[in-house]
Structures are given as C-alpha cells and as structure tokens.
Design a protein. Structure first.
Length: 379
C-alpha cells in the first residue's frame, strides 16, 4: 500500500505540473518535483499508457540529445460538479484541466425536498452525458461533486441542517445521490468547493486564503497551508454566523447579530458591503490570510462595490496593512465557481496531490476514487 501511495503521489506531482504548463519534459519534471530521472521516466510511461498525457514533439537543444516533450490531455478525464442554491441547481461538465466545457442551470421549487433535488440532479447529469465526447469518444467520468448548502458533515456526505431549508435534517445526500446516479459522488460545502476552484486557478502561491460567498446567505471557504480546511467536524466556514452586533437582529441559526443577519438588513449594496468588510477584517485578524476572493451571485451583481468596500476595510482596519498585505479579487469563474470547484474536487482527489495531513478524526473510506481524505486508488 505504501508503494502504491508513493506511485500515485509521484503521478499526481507530474500531472499537476502538466496541468499548469503548456508542455513538460523529463528534465524539467525532475528539477521541479525532485524525482530522479529514472522515476520520471516510469511515471511518464504510465501516464502515457493511461492516455492522461500525450507526446507533443521534441525540443532540440544546441548540444545533447533532443528531449521529448509531453502535454496534458484534458479530454482524457471528466467530472460533473453541482452547485445547489436555495433557488436553483447549476451543473458544470469539467475536463482534467479544470475547464468548464458545458453547463446547465435548472430552477428548484421553493423549499425543495431531497427527492426533488435528486430528480433534477439525475436529469441534468444524464443530459450533460448524452452528448459524446470530442471525436465521438465516450467520456471517462471520474464522478460527480456536489457543492451543498451547510451545515453538513463532509466526511459522511450528510447534510445536517441546511439553513432556510426545512426538509434537510440529517440527509445522507452522498449515499442517496450515489444510488440514484450509479456514480461515485462527493459532497462538500459550497464554499469549500468554490475555494478549491480558485486554488486550481491560482496555483502553488494560493496557500492561505478565504473565499467569501454571498448568495442567499454568507459563508467562507478556507484554504490554509495549501489545502482545504474543513475543521474537526468538516463544518468549517459558517462565517455568516459569527456575531458582529450583540443586540443585532435575529438570525436563522438562532443567535442574534450574526454577520449574515446584519448584512441582509443593511438596506443597500454599499452598506451591506461595508458590513461584509468588517467580517473579513475579523477573519484576517484570526487567520492572517494573504488572499480574499469574493464570490456568489448576489455579491457579483454588485462586485465592484463589494471589492471596493472590502479593500477599504483592509486598508483602514487591519493594523499595519502595509505589512499584513492582502489581495482582494472577485471569483475568476463567476457564478460557475462552486459547480466547477465541486467537479475539480473529484478530479483532484483522484489525479491531484493528496493531502497527507492526519485528519482530526477517522474519515470513512466509502468513495475512494473521489474522497479527498482517502488515498487515491492506483492507476
């Protein structure tokens, strides 16, 4: 098992490099990854056999032998990501490079039930898979990822009590969706899926960051030390339910003065953005982040107002902002961020570098091909 894990780890290192560069060659891979040339040759041979990379010609140097170069084959693997909002279901068909190749959005009934969601999910996945892949070849689908409203237990794929949805108390969504679709299904909080998409886009420099989402609620996806942070119960990110006003309005979570409740009652986008800025500064003071990404359909409708307000809060409320610098950006994939991120989680769990940190508690290994807490299965 140890040797199989190392093999998968080495292959993931090479695939990650291939995903972030137009082409790769053996010498460059060895230099960047630290693998021996012999190990790199073996990894490249396996990836070629699996169709994950393909020859891309040779590089002729002034001296020495020509070097074979390779490129990623994005069409070799696919995943579908789902973004569940309180109003709609968004689906994104994503290739191995993390590019959204097709998508569909379906309205959901008010206060929808698990059965209603599963029915729309099944129809949407079937529709996306109906079209053949490039060249008419069948698509090699790694699985389906679902970015869902929390709170939820990501380790078991169970939605505990989705805020503002009455029918979602301890619902085993991963099990139900797997049974309905006949595919491996990974369930995570919507904000964690979204921050995964941003991490794929930004690369290795995206190590300590948060994605703040405003879409019928307020949440935060955390990316700490180069990996998604889910917490002891896999429910981290309930950013909107941190109190900013002790005598504030009641919140759907049962407390008073939560950021989400104060934000929602601010009255206009500028005032709401100022409230969010205060919450972001609180988060920065707690976690010392280097990057804040602003996302969510409701926020992006007034994206520049929110970005300006958060940047102003960072400049004026963070002590020594000249030293504790923070980059504030809008989500690069717009309203596709969560659906694409859910798909990328599936691809990353199988073809990305595994997170080798010890989890806070044992994680069930029910879906080894897609669970980010489990080791990837050998190719």
């Amino acid at each position: 098992m140890h040797l199989a894990f190392l093999r998968d780890y080495h292959e993931a290192l090479v695939l990650t490099l291939a995903r972030t560069r137009p082409t790769i060659e053996r010498g460059t891979v060895a230099e960047v990854t630290g693998l021996t040339p012999q190990a790199v040759s073996k990894v490249l041979a396996r990836l070629l056999e699996e169709g994950l990379i393909a020859p891309a010609g040779v590089r002729r140097a002034a001296m020495g032998k020509p070097a074979a170069i390779y490129r990623l084959v994005p069409d070799s693997r696919w995943a579908i990501g789902a973004h569940v909002t309180r109003r709609a279901l968004r689906l994104a068909l994503t290739d191995l490079a993390g590019t959204v190749r097709a998508g569909v959005t379906t309205a959901l009934p008010p206060d929808f039930t698990p059965e209603q969601l599963l029915s729309e999910l099944s129809a949407g996945v079937t529709g996306l898979l109906a079209a053949p892949g490039p060249g008419g070849a069948p698509r090699h689908l790694a699985g389906v990822g679902i970015g869902m409203i929390g709170p939820l237990d990501q380790a078991t794929g169970t939605v505990r009590d989705a805020h503002r949805l009455r029918h979602w108390h301890d619902i085993p969504l991963a099990d139900l969706a797997t049974e309905r679709l006949g595919l491996p299904v990974h369930v995570d909080k919507d904000v964690t899926a979204a921050v995964t998409a941003e991490a794929w886009r930004h690369g290795a420099g995206f190590r300590d960051a948060a994605l703040i989402m405003v879409e019928s609620g307020v949440g935060a996806g955390l990316w700490l030390g180069g990996a998604a942070h889910r917490g002891a119960h896999t429910n981290a990110g309930e950013f909107g339910h941190t109190v900013v006003q002790l005598d504030g309005p009641p919140c759907v979570c049962g407390r008073r003065g939560c950021l989400e409740a104060v934000h929602d009652r601010a009255g206009d986008p500028a005032a709401a953005a100022a409230v969010l800025g205060v919450g972001v500064v609180n988060l920065l003071q707690t976690l010392d982040l280097g990057h804040i990404v602003l996302a969510g359909a409701d926020l992006l409708e007034h994206g520049e107002i929110y970005r300006g307000a958060v940047e102003h809060a960072v400049r004026t409320q963070v002590p020594r902002a000249d030293w504790l610098s923070v980059e504030v950006t809008l989500a690069g994939l717009g309203t596709d961020t969560i659906a694409a991120g859910a798909a990328m989680q599936v691809l990353n769990a199988r073809y990305g570098v595994p997170d080798v940190r010890v989890p806070a508690r044992p994680q069930p290994n029910r879906y080894p091909a897609v669970s980010p807490e489990s080791r990837p299965e050998p190719l």
